[in-house]
Write a protein that binds this ligand. Structure first.
Ligand SMILES: [Zn+2]
Ligand SMILES: [Zn+2]
Length: 123
């Protein structure tokens, strides 16, 4: 006998939030208003097909922009200064966090990405 596990989506401004590690202390980002909330302060509802579809869209949009973000305490697997091991596995050696050695251009891109995220990305 199998019971299908219920799925939930975290909501804000009547749209699904996306989980992220780009904002310290806020695990969820609202694509509508740009607010970030910690997991204890969010509200979840049971997922419907429409909400799951919307969540996927929000996720894709967020990832497009947040790809340039360099968060505090972030290491990048594909960066040879973050990942000083064999380039695949952090357990082989960890460098300094990415923002400490990112290029000026990359930091500027990150700033721009954060500016877009603040205030929301849906409209
Ligand atoms: Zn919101
Ligand atoms: Zn790096």
């Amino acid at each position: 006998m199998s019971t299908k596990e219920r799925e939930y989506v975290t909501m804000h401004c009547e749209t699904p939030m996306v989980s992220t590690c780009m904002f310290s202390g806020s695990e969820y980002y609202c694509p509508s208003c740009g607010t970030g909330l910690g997991i204890m302060n969010t509200e979840s509802v049971e997922a419907t097909p429409a909400l799951l579809k919307q969540h996927k869209k929000n996720r894709e949009l967020f990832d497009q922009i947040a790809g340039d973000c360099i968060a505090a305490g972030m290491w990048r697997k594909d960066c040879s200064k973050c990942n000083v091991g064999d380039g695949r596995d952090f357990s082989k050696g960890m460098g300094t966090e990415h923002r400490l050695h990112a290029s000026h251009a990359d930091l500027e891109k990150s700033d721009k990405a954060y500016q877009k995220l603040y205030g929301g990305i849906l409209s």
